[in-house]
Design a protein around this ligand. Sequence first.
Ligand code: NOJ
Ligand code: MG
Length: 593
Amino acid sequence: MIVFIEMSLSLIRLSAAMLLCALGATANQTVDWWESATLYQIYPRSFMDSDGDGVGDLNGITSRLSYLKEIGATATWISPIYDSPMADMGYDVRNFTKISSIFGTMEDFDNLLAKAHELGLKVILDFVPNHSSDECEWFQKSVRREDGYDDWYVWDDGKIDPETGERSPPSNWRAVFGGSAWTWVEERQQYYLHQFLPQQVDLNYTNPAVRERMKEMMKFWLDRGVDGFRMDATNFLIEKRFDNGTFPDNPVKAGTVNTLAGTYTIDQWGSTEIIYEWRAFLDEYQKLNGGDTRAMIIEAYSPVDVLSNYISNGTNVGGQLPMNFNFVKLDENSNAETVETQVSAWMDVIWAKHKMANWVANNHDNSRLPTRMGQTKTDAMTMIIHGLPGTSVTYYGEEIGMPDYSLACTGDDCGFRDPERTPMQWDSSKNAGFSTGNSTWLAVNPNYKELNVEVQDGVTRSSLRIFKGMTALKKTAAFKAFKEKDAFSYKALSEHVFQVVRTAVGQEEYRVLANLGNQTEHFDGLSDKKMKYVLLNSYSPHSYGHKVDLSGRISLKPYEAVVLGWSKDKSCTKTKKVKHVGHVKKGRKLRHH
Ligand code: NOJ
Ligand code: MG
């Protein structure tokens, strides 16, 4: 009997410990896959070339899917792979249901998807709803006013000067890539609208047939098994047109001489309504076909209130992840306070309202972070990005700290965004292991001999190891408990040191301390806990596993970034049980030297 009681007690203790460990997992069950994903953006031209033509392709991606898994990615979004004349590198779709021969075949795509799913990776396709290529069959038909297609694009006669009889565009609207947003078509004797290149023709979203067709296009890919879409340029879907058919001129932007505001061309409410329509469509698809949430990631460089409405306006629901580009704004002058401002700009509105967050610091349209902020801050930023709650979005090469390469292209038809699109640097072999070809579509950055995946895999404090360390932490109870009260906090502890704390209350805690400055900084009494160094960048003089008593002083060298860990029960994490050291006075003293 006594033996039995003894056993039961130890069983109870054991199950209590297990319960604590399981708490994080329980919390996690209410978290959908997209809410705390490690999302990896692949730019297909530049990721991996399988056939030696110097351009990346689908089979190349497939051959590297296990790498994604290895570095802790849980989902990937792939920039456009559709048939395209490539005026804007695939963001000008000629055929929405065909794979570009540059990238491979439909069979290659199905194979990629199957392999990804085998590995437990979600695949999200870039979907370009705002415009089609001018070589798209729909546009050709519309030019010829073929039955049903007359009204598929935004056509207009333009203005005729009553005195001279001279014709001019319908409005003063400018295209994002320069020039008038209107182009004249001789054959149809009308102007068409293009908010980007003249080869990217804006579809007419006031036409229900267009809206239906685009949903059919989505369905095509959903039926093949994709897990969601990254919606391109949604803030451009609808433009203002008066009832009499005219288009209002955009006013000059306040504080500028002749830069136009996007008053009538971007962020129109109708665009948000289309997102609601898509969400209803995707939810219905899931209801009919089962499976996990088909998520919508949305690209719009829009004010936070617009993005908030993209998610929901209280009545309707829209996209799960409007991308948060606040970190894309960071540059060489940014410090911990700037980071805090940018984090708060998101958290105060979107988190407060919708309990969701995502963090994007790089993509194919912007200068890479090491170039913008300085290579010294790369790993510190990786810790911050992944330390914050929600989904992290990584642009290929970000995990090894690839910078821009300004000589990526030296010919006549170079793109202004080429420097951030150079081939992935896999190893020290020819073309960085990206291609066996004689040349590559953009030059490989010559720094590849030292800066590549293979080299960094073997170096303890490399960018890649820091990245892997962070994605592994995202799977711990403390990181998963992000929706619970007291689960996280963030703060600029000084002008240069940013802190993120992630907590599974009473169970485990992690603390990111990132010094973005070139001075040593000291802090006294950050916490009552003794913690261990569990992740260290190359600027840190500390060793893995070393303890630090945060009731005392902790110092951070220039650019040093660390993650400290504390755990109540060592069976939950690798860190050993540490003694509770009692409370220190609240209100921390911060000292900088
Ligand atoms: C956003 C894409 O990311 C960019 O690359 C493209 O040029 C524009 N949308 C137009 O589709
Ligand atoms: Mg190829």
